[in-house]
Structure formats: structure tokens, C-alpha cells
Design a protein around this ligand. Structure first.
Ligand code: EPU
Length: 597
């Protein structure tokens, strides 16, 4: 089967934000056979891939270095099981609004409140689209998908899709794995509207003097949307940019409501939490209409960031970051993007660059330990990796709390653990504020997991002390694994005699506490843009690479740039040490930021 791969494809017309960005490779598919054929090509096997539907909930933050697969599977049909059960089945590439209109013209109730939402049918299950009292997940019966790993077609039930508020399996473990082909909805064969809970719809009933029909509701919804949301044919946006934040009811009542009156809220399924409209927070932080370049907080609905003309992804990200900062400062609430941010760039923050005792060492008065240079103050090793909208921590050092405060970390998506030594895991308990309302995902080897279950036994008992942190431990081996669409490749190295792991993410790799890197693992470290690797000191050590040993390895692996880390005070003062390093190699210090493409 002939597949047409386009190079340097412009993406702006394929997303509702209309921001300029290119994909290095692009292919579309109209059937599962075409998709299967694509997965057998060199282009697929050698590139990172991203599956694009209607482009209504996505922000390409820069060009995409990889293969974009564009779903164009069409077709709508209905299947009547019995008098009260009708299934409407649509291809993932169908336009969502046209599909909803079709259900209304067929006299099927259920989706009318979701009229006028831009995007495709395939996007609806991904973010569990919701509006005006209804979520797609309430009506979805089954989702047919193609599994990019097994190359098989599978059907997921609504339960397996794990629908939550703007969330599903497709945004989590299924991201980058399941390509949605068709969605089946269970609808009711009646023209009487179903859900009139949303305020303005209740008023519609009063205004009309009768229970509205599905088409009357659809018309009303389109009117409301036109008043609040930008017209997609004129102004680019991706709908709500942020999710409505979920906060503890205690915080809402005792802190927020005592400072500000009339903050609206929605109840959630969990009685201890409420959801606050982010649009209200943004407006009341004084940001209505705030703009940078061509990006603006949309005045009629502050939850939307609009491309009012000529905006770049950077303008939008700058507005979004300003909004997050101001809302956090004023209300103490963190906002998280609802939009899928696709980023080929990797930002690495070296949170700690010191060995197990840190620098200065307690009780030492050497010139390094007495230095006033901030770069000579080294906390225990860890790093923060930011890519594709995710924040991933590598190792949880005993200094994590201080590191998180100085790096301004307010949220994390997951942690990767290299090994079980205290200086790499001693800060687990300090993740508590980031575990609120969820279990925090940690990726680690079995021996490390077993060890942590003993050390942190109070987190894993049957009867937990209230408030202890909750962790979701994922055991890894040498195989690459995915975290929400980001591929992570473990690199096995030896720390003395102890087998431990480093990690490769895209063209960036982080190795700490290595003494030996086996030959087969070196293969996994070829073609790197950035390598961060340990180089303890000049004098030999049984379990750590010395600076000279690390330099020999760097010479062999030939990354574009290399950074040494995990230093003890014997390395000397940073200002003297950095002069001893060859071109292309730098010394890490706490707070250092490295960008990798
Ligand atoms: N509000 C403000 N200022 C604003 C925006 C909202 O004060 O700029 C207040 C409103 O007055 C109201 C409350 O916030 O009291 C809620 O506003 P609204 O009903 O517009 O809903 P929302 O919570 O802001 C959510 C969805 C929208 C969906 C609407 C209607 C999310 C992230 N957004 O917005 O979905 O259309 O409810 O159901 O949940 C989308 O996902 O792209 C989207 C547009």
C-alpha cells in the first residue's frame, strides 16, 4: 500500500488555534488498513509519532520533530438494538458538530447539549468533552481503537476508557498507544431534551412554556456559545485553555471564601473537594483582555486564550504562564492546562548537583565549603525534566523540599528513580503537597520498590494515618515505557556492583552514580544532544566515575553537549573547576537550566 509522507508540513490550518508550526513528517489515513500499513514503514519505526484529530484541543509549542498521523476515518450509522436502545456509531475523523446535528435530525436524544463544539468525533473520548451539564463519557458505549504496540484493533468499553473530568485512558496510559478509529454512543429515541440542569437551559423551559425539544436545546446552546466563546471561523483558540481546578472544601470554605465573597463552585463526586471555575479566578485576578503579542485572555470567557491575529505559540505560552502566576499569587490555586501542549523541546533543571553529603559538608572548613559562590552550594542530586507539557522529576533527594521551593515547582506529573540510595530517595515524604487528591506516579525497578515499601511502610499499610502521601508505584525493567505520551528508555549501569538505571528521554539522557556503562547500554546513548553524567572528583572511587573517566566516556558517546554532576567538595571551587573542562563539557550547579531539542 502506497503511503504519502509529506515533509515540513505546515500545521496551522489543521488546528483551531491557527498558530504557525511545522511537522517534519505527516501522513493521513482513511482506514485501519492504511494505518496498519503506516506502522510498518521506516518513517513510523524511526520517529516519535503524534495522532492528530480535529486539532481543537492542541497547542504545538514549536515545530514537531516527528511523524504526525492525521485521522480521516469517516462514516456514520445507527443500529437499533431494541425499542429504547439505539447506538450511533461514527468514524473518528467525522466533524463533531455535524455528527451531533445528524443525531438531532434522526430524533436521537443525548448529545444536544454538546452542540457546536469544534473538533472531531475521535477527540471527544480523549478529553471527555463536556459542556452545559453533559459529558461525552456519559453517552459513550464503546470506543474502537488501533493499538500501535500490538498492531491489533481493540474495543474499549466506557468503563475501560476511565472517563473523568476532561480526562480518560487516552490522556494517560493509552496516550501515544491507542488510535481511536470509531466511537459508539448509546442514545435515546426521543426528541424531548434530556439534561436541562445548566442554569440558562432551565430558563429556556420557562421561556418556552414547554419542555424543550432536542433541536430547541441545540439552538439555545449554540446561542450561548456564540455569546461567550470565540467564533472558530474568525478567531483561533482551543476552547478552555485550563481545567477548572479542584480544591479541598476546607481550603475553599476557610481560606478562599473568607477572603473573597461569592466565589462560584461546582460540587464534585468526592464530598471533600469542590471545583472552582478558572474563568472566574482569571477574571478576578484582573486579567480579562490581558494580551501579549497576538494572544489574549478572551474578554467574554477568560478561560479561553484567543489568537486575535498573528499570535505565536510563545505569545500563548507567555499569556498562560502569566495567568498561572497571577492566579496562584492572588488565590493560592494552581491552574493546569486542559489543552494538550505538544513540545519537542526538553527543559532540564538541575535541582541538585552534589554527592551524598552535599557541599558544603557538615564540619568542613575547606575553601570550597567556605565559598560564598552559590554554585559551590550543592544539594543532593536530582533533576526536573519538562517536556510535552509534563514535569518529570528524576530522583527525590533528601533536599527535595528546598529544591522545589527554589525552582518554583507547584506541580509534578511523575518521578523516575535511578536507585535506592538515601541521597536519591530521601525526600519521598516531602511530595505530600503534590499528592493531594491523587496517588503520585513513581517509576522504579523492583529492588528499589521492595526497599521503599520497607522504608516507607507507613505509606503502604492497609489502614493509613490520615494525610500520609499516596504513591502509585510502576515497576520498570530494561524496556522503554511511556508516561502520557513521553517515551522513557531506562539505561542499565553499574554503581560499583549495584545495578542501577539512568534514563533517556528524546535526545537527552541523565546518568548518575555510574562507575561502568556496559557496551550494549552505550548503544542506547548514541546520537544524544545532551548527556548529564556523574563525575565525582579526580581521585579514584570504587562506585563512581571520576572526572577523567566521565570525560573518556563523553568522548566515546559524542553527545553534542555534556554536563557533569554529582560532585563532592574535592572537585574544587566551581569557578576553577569549569576552566579545567574541555569544550562542549560543562559543570552542573544547582538551579542550572539546560535546553535540549
Ligand atoms: N466566569 C467568570 N468569568 C469568566 C468566565 C466564567 O466569572 O470569564 C464564571 C461564570 O459567571 C460562571 C462560572 O464562571 O459563574 C462558570 O462559567 P461557564 O458556565 O462559562 O463554564 P466554565 O466552568 O468556565 C466549562 C467548560 C467549558 C463549557 C462550559 C459550559 C471546562 C474547562 N470548561 O467552563 O468547556 O463550555 O463549562 O458547560 O470545564 C472547553 O472545554 O473547551 C469548554 C469551552
Amino acid at each position: 500500500m502506497k503511503i504519502n509522507f509529506e515533509k515540513n508540513k505546515e500545521l496551522s490550518d489543521l488546528t483551531t488555534f491557527h498558530l504557525p508550526a511545522k511537522a517534519s513528517l505527516f501522513a493521513s489515513f482513511e482506514s485501519v488498513e492504511q494505518l496498519r500499513a503506516i506502522t510498518l514503514t521506516e518513517e513510523f519505526l524511526n520517529n516519535e509519532t503524534y495522532i492528530l484529530g480535529g486539532g481543537s484541543n492542541i497547542l504545538f509549542n514549536g515545530d514537531y520533530r516527528g511523524l504526525i498521523l492525521h485521522c480521516k476515518i469517516k462514516g456514520i450509522k445507527k443500529y437499533q438494538k431494541d425499542e429504547t436502545t439505539i447506538f450511533a456509531i461514527a468514524g473518528a475523523g467525522e466533524n463533531w458538530s455535524d455528527f451531533v446535528e445528524w443525531t438531532i435530525s434522526e430524533g436521537l436524544q443525548g448529545l444536544e447539549n454538546l452542540s457546536g463544539i469544534p473538533g472531531t468525533v475521535g477527540a471527544a473520548p480523549v478529553q471527555n468533552v463536556g459542556a452545559y451539564g453533559v459529558e461525552a463519557g456519559d453517552l459513550i458505549h464503546k470506543v474502537e481503537c488501533f493499538d500501535l504496540i500490538t498492531r491489533e484493533t481493540i474495543t474499549l468499553s466506557a468503563k475501560q476508557c476511565n472517563f473523568k473530568y476532561r480526562d480518560s485512558i487516552f490522556k494517560n496510559e493509552g496516550k501515544g498507544r491507542y488510535v481511536i478509529l470509531r466511537v459508539s454512543f448509546k442514545l435515546n429515541p426521543t426528541t424531548q431534551a434530556g439534561n436541562l440542569e445548566y442554569g440558562p437551559l432551565k430558563q429556556l423551559e420557562e421561556r418556552l412554556g414547554h419542555k424543550p425539544s432536542i433541536s430547541e436545546v441545540a439552538q439555545e446552546i449554540i446561542k450561548i456559545r456564540n455569546n461567550k466563546l470565540p467564533d472558530p471561523s474568525k478567531i483561533g483558540s482551543a476552547g478552555s485553555f485550563f481545567k477548572n481546578p479542584v480544591v479541598r472544601i476546607f481550603f475553599y470554605k476557610e481560606v478562599m471564601s473568607s477572603l473573597w465573597e461569592n466565589i462560584p463552585y461546582y460540587e464534585t463526586e468526592d464530598p471533600y473537594f469542590v471545583k472552582i471555575p478558572a474563568g472566574w479566578l482569571i477574571e478576578n485576578a484582573g486579567l480579562k483582555g490581558f494580551s501579549i503579542g497576538g494572544a489574549q485572555v478572551y474578554p467574554n470567557q477568560c478561560l479561553v486564550i484567543a489568537n486575535t491575529g498573528g499570535a505565536t505559540a510563545k505569545d500563548v505560552m507567555d499569556v498562560a504562564n502569566h495567568v498561572r502566576k497571577k492566579v496562584l499569587e492572588k488565590f493560592g490555586v494552581s491552574l493546569y492546562p486542559e489543552v494538550n501542549i505538544v513540545d519537542s523541546e526538553i527543559k532540564v533543571t538541575i535541582l541538585g548537583s552534589g554527592t551524598s553529603k552535599g557541599v558544603p559538608e557538615i564540619g568542613c572548613y575547606c575553601p570550597v565549603c567556605r565559598s560564598n559562590d552559590q554554585r559551590d552550594k550543592r544539594t543532593r542530586c536530582s533533576a526536573l525534566v519538562e517536556t510535552k507539557g509534563l514535569k518529570i522529576l528524576i530522583d527525590i533527594s533528601p533536599d527535595f523540599r528546598e529544591q522545589a521551593l527554589s525552582a518554583g515547582i507547584t506541580s509534578l506529573d511523575a518521578a523516575l528513580i535511578t536507585h535506592t540510595h538515601y541521597d536519591h530517595v530521601g525526600g519521598f515524604d516531602d511530595l505530600r503537597p503534590l499528592c493531594v487528591g491523587r496517588s503520585f506516579p513513581v517509576y522504579l525497578k523492583k529492588d528499589v520498590n521492595d526497599d521503599l515499601h520497607k522504608r516507607l511502610d507507613y505509606c503502604f499499610r492497609d489502614h493509613l494515618y490520615p494525610g500520609v502521601p499516596s504513591f502509585e508505584m510502576h515497576e520498570i525493567d530494561e524496556a522503554p515505557f511511556m508516561i502520557k505520551g513521553v517515551k522513557i528508555t531506562p539505561i542499565s549501569v553499574l554503581h560499583g556492583e549495584l545495578p542501577i538505571v539512568g534514563f533517556r528521554i528524546g535526545d537527552f539522557a541523565y546518568i548518575t552514580d555510574a562507575k561502568i556503562i556496559p557496551e550494549e547500554e552505550k548503544e542506547k546513548l548514541k546520537g544524544l544532544d545532551v548527556l548529564v553524567i556523574n563525575g565525582l572528583r579526580f581521585k579514584n572511587h570504587f562506585a563512581h566515575l571520576t572526572v577523567d573517566e566521565a570525560l573518556v566516556l563523553i568522548d566515546e558517546l559524542k553527545p553534542s553537549r555534556a554536563y557533569l554532576t554529582h560532585f563532592c567538595h574535592e572537585i574544587g571551587r566551581h569557578c576553577d573547576f569549569e576552566k579545567k573542562l574541555p569544550e562542549g563539557v560543562k559543570a552542573c550547579y544547582d538551579g542550572m537550566v539546560i535546553y535540549s531539542h
